[in-house]
Design a protein around this ligand. Structure first.
Ligand code: SF4
Length: 321
């Protein structure tokens, strides 16, 4: 007889199950759209070079990027998802760079275009951005789509410590994330935050504290957990070559999230448990497994360890606006 995991049951809220339930078992896929944005810590408005862990290869000057149009990207992405995964419904995901870093009227044009391509089968809009590139007008714009689509606003939290945010040249403080969460709180947007574990100066205890901080914001619906990976073309990658430091093995990382997930609020949906970089870009840690193998390995170990999301959750006072 198999274990619950063999039948697809996991003791944490995972995004796959969430989508399946929400869309009555239909196959829903995210289609990535690159609108050619940059970031304020790249273009000089807040700094240069970008976050130190971020790969700069994709940040070639806009004119030389020769990106297909949004329409082409989405149509091609949908065709691939249908062919390879028999996808039925789609979420348009503006992922690379900072996808609200432009005037609101321009963003409206862009999102309108993306959402008008296949109105029958597009069910959602997901926008990845930085907390310091969110304001009231942009929240209102995103909310204006929420009657017809599920709208997911994804913001990089990365670390809850300003010292870390400064060391990684984030150009954005934790308080700015809190401000953005408060701006979007009470809106119709589904809010997702993205974390990174494994900065060498953060201790185990410091990283576990992220859970308490996330739990304090009832408006956070989704979380993406990432382990720090060092990639070629990043500032951290060059530093790492000169001065390597310890990164997570897969077992160490699994042990860590096995402690972390029980501390998370039970209603939060985990969109992702680990980071992923292309093998040709990845410097460390190289777990030498494909995405699906990492997922299965971690899930199996979480099951063996009896990990249950929320089992160690300690309610904390919500942050007041
Ligand atoms: S991590 Fe995000 S905000 Fe930082 S430089 Fe890269 S794309 Fe920009």
């Amino acid at each position: 007889m198999g274990t619950p995991l063999d039948y697809g049951f996991k003791n944490y809220n995972h995004y796959g199950a969430y989508l399946k339930k929400k869309y009555d078992g239909q196959r829903v896929y995210k289609i990535i759209a690159d609108a050619g944005f940059t970031c304020p810590n790249r273009d000089g408005s807040k700094g240069y070079g970008g976050c130190t862990y971020c790969n700069v290869d994709s940040f070639t000057p806009e004119l030389s990027r020769k990106l297909p149009t949004i329409k082409e990207q989405i149509e091609q992405g949908m065709a691939r998802a249908v062919k390879n995964y028999r996808a039925e419904k789609f979420i348009i995901y503006f992922q690379p760079n900072t996808n609200t870093y432009a005037p609101t009227h321009y963003l409206k044009m862009l999102y309108d275009e993306a959402l008008s391509i296949n109105t029958e089968n597009i069910v959602g809009l997901s926008v990845g951005t930085r907390p310091d590139c969110i304001d009231f007008e942009k929240v209102a714009l995103l909310e204006s789509y929420a009657d017809r689509f599920d709208v997911d606003l994804e913001m990089g939290m990365e670390s809850i410590y300003d010292d870390t945010l400064s060391k990684i040249n984030r150009g954005c403080s934790h308080q700015e994330l809190i401000n953005a969460l408060n701006l979007a709180g009470g809106s119709k947007l589904d809010i997702c935050v993205h974390t990174i574990f494994g900065f060498p100066w953060e201790t185990h205890e410091m990283m576990l504290k992220y859970a308490d901080e996330i739990n304090r914001f009832p408006q956070i619906k989704f979380v993406k957990l990432h382990h720090l990976h060092i990639v070629k073309g990043s500032i951290m990658g060059s530093r790492f070559a000169r001065d390597p430091f310890k990164t997570f093995t897969i077992d160490e990382y699994t042990d860590f999230i096995a402690e972390f997930i029980p501390m998370l609020r039970p209603d939060i949906v985990l969109q992702r448990l680990f980071g992923l970089a292309d093998f040709d870009l990845l410097i460390a840690p190289n777990w030498d497994m494909k995405k699906s193998q990492i997922q299965s390995y971690i899930d199996k170990r979480l099951e063996e360890k009896g990990v249950v999301q929320g089992s160690n959750y300690v309610p904390v006072s919500p942050i007041l606006v």
